[in-house]
Design a protein around this ligand. Structure first.
Ligand code: PGA
Length: 260
């Protein structure tokens, strides 16, 4: 049987806290109220990705296993001369199991597909699960955005061989749907892109392997659209930004997905 990053009957729900909140006290407050919800977690795997500074405090004091932990980025090298960076070894020696790679906000700051591909290899070689973010900035009628998505996928996955795919998750996040004032994408449109992404994955890997790679959606996910996105977009989970910073909203998203 082909190994998969997480079981087929589960949905991955990733909380990307980005550069929030401003203090450890607030970070603990968010996580504590999430824990107090006593959520029934059966069909989902919630992953909390706080800033590095708060991650160990949150995860080390946590005795449960409902919530998993992730980093929002990682360095592509292991050496003693990378000021300001965080290594895969540090992740391995913590409770972190997942790493978001190539988020659009990092790509906007200059991260290239080449760097993303090096990070992908580093993370998967370290036996951590890599969540590769891809997505176009805007749509056009000529289909250039499809070529853009294809290029991002092919180049970012250039270091990932068939054998390593068991630690791979793709997160499709169209930039035009991310952040304040934006709305999530139409689930039936998402379904079409999902099929398009699968086709590209089939061209890179064999069909059997490619069809097993989980695909998440991210961009203005909230408790009102989560269920529809999962059901009609046919995705394997969600990458949640703003709504993951509010424990009540994030708990509601988890509940919605649990009820699918
Ligand atoms: P959003 O962010 O949910 O706030 O749109 C998603 C993301 O950037 O991962």
């Amino acid at each position: 049987m082909i190994k998969r990053a997480f079981p087929l009957n589960k949905k991955l729900i990733v909380a990307n806290w980005k550069m929030n909140p401003e203090s450890l006290k607030e970070a603990k407050g968010i996580f504590d109220s999430l824990k107090k919800k006593n959520l029934q977690i059966k069909k989902t795997i919630p992953v909390i990705c706080p800033p590095y500074l708060y991650e160990s405090d949150l995860s080390m004091g946590y005795r449960g296993n409902k919530f998993k932990f992730g980093f929002q980025d990682i360095h592509f090298k292991s050496d003693d001369q990378s000021t300001g960076e965080i290594s895969t070894e540090m992740a391995q020696n913590s409770k972190v199991e997942y790493v978001i790679i190539g988020h659009s906000e990092r790509r906007q700051n200059g991260e290239t597909n080449k760097t993303v591909s090096l990070k992908m290899k580093k993370v998967i070689d370290a036996n951590l699960t890599a969540i590769l973010c891809i997505g176009e900035e805007e749509r056009d009628n000529q289909g250039n955005y499809l070529r853009f998505i294809e290029e991002q996928l092919v180049e970012s996955l250039s270091t990932i061989t068939n054998k390593k795919v068991s630690k791979l998750v793709i997160a499709y996040e169209p930039i035009w749907a991310i952040g304040k004032g934006k709305t999530s994408m139409d689930p039936s449109d998402l379904h079409r892109i999902n099929i398009f992404i699968k086709k590209i994955l089939v061209s890179i890997y064999s069909k059997k392997i490619a069809m097993n790679i989980p695909i998440l959606y991210g961009g203005s996910v909230d408790a009102d659209n989560a269920k529809e996105i999962i059901k009609e977009g046919h995705v394997d989970g969600l990458l949640v930004g703003r709504s993951s910073l509010n424990p009540h909203l994030f708990a509601d998203i988890i509940k919605e997905v649990e009820s699918v």
